[in-house]
Design a protein around this ligand. Structure first.
Ligand code: MHF
Ligand SMILES: O=c1ccn([C@H]2C[C@H](O)[C@@H](COP(=O)(O)O)O2)c(=O)[nH]1
Length: 323
């Protein structure tokens, strides 16, 4: 189909089930994507530049219905980002495995030990020193979002800089700017700290979030530079909608839309089975997300605050993750 249709005006986007945008994009990439080799060695079919829009009013949430998406893992990941933590230990302790493969890969390469994933996770949970040594992803999302480092000149020594004890909390500043200056065009938080990319296990994919307030509604736009359409994107769109909902609640706004902009949007060549199965299915139903409590701040949400209803997806489709 014509990719320009992906960016139709919001009212038109709702004339069909929201999920067709995702399925159309999947089909487009699988049939017409550029086949290329990638960092992981798996190979992808890839398209550069795509947009999807999702309406969030009436508690609508863009959860895919053509396969079960484990939204609690994505919600727990979002809450973990907001704590500023970059160690996988609290995730693993909650049964969230999506980040384990990268520390595991580093550990295997460094030690030559053939440890399996379950044993590695068990050690991460049981042994705090081991987790500290091997479980950290470097200064990824949570660190940049809540504690972006700042260096200040030391008095009278123009070439000497000292790290400020506390960095910039972009999320706290965003809440403040949404509340006090809703018309601003600078409502942004950013994960792409150029100076620290080399210390991150992976440079951020969902790197830039921008917000827009109009008619009492909060709309968010996510720019994602690299998009694993089958595994990552279903999580990413849910999470982006979730943070919009949380911010809207904190700022007494109604949820507007999520606009998702993808850069390199790809399907890994070993996701053929998932793609074929998913493209044979049709979306149905309109999942909703309720936030059942109003926490004191954006940093005080708990997993129990989120309830998804009217979600009756088709079965989960497993697929391997490219590390
Ligand atoms: N290749 C790749 N794709 C990604 O989506 C991705 C990365 N790498 N690296 C960093 C993070 C980790 N993320 C991941 C990693 C794994 C799953 C995954 O395996 N999802 C399965 C099972 C989920 C579960 O067991 O909870 C799924 O079906 O959604 C999803 C997102 C997103 N990111
Ligand atoms: O939130 C995420 C995190 C990662 N991804 C995917 C996109 C790519 O397939 C890989 C990252 O590899 P790069 O070589 O760094 O681009 O992870 C995602 O879709 N969503």
């Amino acid at each position: 189909m014509d990719i320009a249709l992906q960016s139709r005006a919001p009212h038109q986007a709702q004339s069909r089930h929201f999920e067709w945008q995702y399925l159309d994009l999947m089909k487009q990439i699988w049939t017409h994507g550029h086949e290329r080799s990638d960092r992981t060695g798996v190979g992808t079919r890839s398209l550069f530049g795509a947009t999807m829009r999702f309406e969030l009013s009436d508690n609508a949430i863009p959860l895919l219905t053509t396969k079960r998406v484990y939204w609690k893992a994505a919600a727990r990941e979002m809450l973990w980002f907001l704590t500023g933590d970059t160690n996988i230990r609290p995730l693993v302790a909650q049964g969230v495995h999506i980040w384990t493969d990268w520390p595991l890969d580093s550990y295997r390469k460094a030690t030559g030990e053939e440890i399996d994933r379950d044993a590695f996770e068990a050690r991460i949970i049981a042994d705090a020193d081991f987790a500290e040594r091997w479980g950290d992803l470097g200064p990824v999302y949570g660190k940049q979002w809540t504690d972006w480092p700042v260096y200040e000149p030391v008095d009278a020594e123009p070439s000497l800089f000292r790290k400020r004890p506390k960095g910039i909390n972009q999320i706290a500043e965003l809440v403040e700017s949404l509340r006090t200056n809703p018309g601003s065009r600078r409502h942004i938080f950013e994960g792409w700290n150029v100076a620290e990319l080399d210390r991150m296990a992976l440079p951020p994919c969902h790197k830039t979030y921008q917000f827009f307030v109009a008619d009492g509604k909060l709309t968010g736009l996510l720019y994602q530079r690299s998009c694993d359409l089958a595994l990552g994107v279903p999580f990413n769109i849910f999470s982006a909608a979730l943070i919009i909902r949380m911010l809207a609640q904190q700022c007494d706004l109604e949820p507007g839309e999520l606009i998702w902009n993808g850069g390199d949007v790809h399907l890994y060549l070993n996701h053929r089975e998932l793609v074929e199965t998913q493209l044979s299915r049709e979306p149905h139903g309109a999942p909703r997300l309720d936030i059942v409590r109003q926490p004191d701040s954006i940093f005080d949400y708990r997993i129990e605050d989120f309830e998804v209803r009217d979600y009756t997806p088709q079965s989960h489709i497993a697929a391997p993750v490219a590390v």
